[in-house]
Design a protein around this ligand. Sequence first.
Ligand SMILES: C[S@@+](CC[C@H](N)C(=O)[O-])C[C@H]1O[C@@H](n2cnc3c(N)ncnc32)[C@H](O)[C@@H]1O
Length: 403
Amino acid sequence: MSDDSITQSVVERYASAARNGEQVCTPDGYDMESLATYIPESVLQIANGCGVPVGLGTVRPGETVLDVGCGGGIDCFEASRLTGKDGHVIGVDMTDEMLEIARNSSAAVATNLGYTQSNVEFRKGRAEKLPVEDQTVDLIISNCVVNLAPDKQRVFQEMYRALKIGGRFTISDIVADTSIPNYLLNDRERWGACLSGALYTRDYLHTIRATGFVGVHQVGVAPWGVIDGVHFSALTMTGYKVSVPPSRPSNEERFAGYAVLKGPFKWVIDEYDQTFVRGVWRSIDRKTSDLLHLDPFRPWFLFSKDVVAGKMLKEDDPNLLRILPEDTPCVWKGLFATMTSLFERAEDDDHHLFEGGVPIEICSKTNDVLTTPQYAPFFHILNRAQQPVSGEAVTCSPNGDCC
Ligand SMILES: C[S@@+](CC[C@H](N)C(=O)[O-])C[C@H]1O[C@@H](n2cnc3c(N)ncnc32)[C@H](O)[C@@H]1O
């Protein structure tokens, strides 16, 4: 199918959903009862998201928020409430029938929120060519839309262009645990149902990072469905647009102090391709310092202006985080772990090498480690078996390490 024909069938699918008050996807996680206190039923019944990007505490008062592929406007109206009347919300969609319902509802929502006028506007446009000025948006949200766009790199480039420096996105979308086979890629019905256009998580993360976003991390994940062994998940991610360092950095930009990885990983490679070994100080430049001071990174690092590169934290330093498997039976249960957050590559204390977005099979002992509060934010754990497995305990490895 050509890109144009995919886009045309997506428009037809969502125009029909809007006309018939139909939900193509059933969103999970909204408190519909509380939304119904100020959002008209005509909007709620065509909510077609796969997460709640706007409901994650990411919207701040007074911000400019852009919702890419806003549909009937559910997330725009919730953002309108969260930004307060001084904020500004822009919803963009390419389907007239969706925009009509959204526009017809904005005055009622404003009245219900006690605003003298609506702070939401709806613009017709494509995610691949957003009708928004450069660097004018604080937060981009999007709910189950990127998978519907044939050129995802272009969509992320447009989002990057529209965001201010220091801006961020929170996007819920469908991803898959492997590449989508050709027969699904050419299935018009499943494109429209947010399945065929889903990227392999590895490629999804790569596309986001290749655009220039950093600090890309998971804020929510839920199973979405399985077709012929391909597992689809609804993944909500946040990432940041930070300032681009000058091509000729000054001394101050080249050296901004030292950082050390506390753990829980043994070592990690960050989004600038730099290695951090747990407990070993290394010098960092300004852009790395800015990156590691972002909220999702900060808990895993210590910072100093005056240590020596290569100096190590003492083995018993209370800051060090090491999580080893318990001495319990090792059982294969069909579980696979995918590292989705912050690092390109990393190793745990049991020789598991993780690459961003690539699932690896894990036993019950490793699952216990990766679901601890320290590791859990980095992983999406998927049960590919989808049914009880025999579950006989096995010996992990001859030297006693976990498998
Ligand atoms: C699955 S619905 C989600 C709608 C809304 N975000 C929600 O949560 O209810 C996808 C929406 O994205 C719009 N859409 C899909 N691809 C788009 C694109 N490339 N540019 C703009 N809008 C797009 C469709 O028209 C549709 O309204």
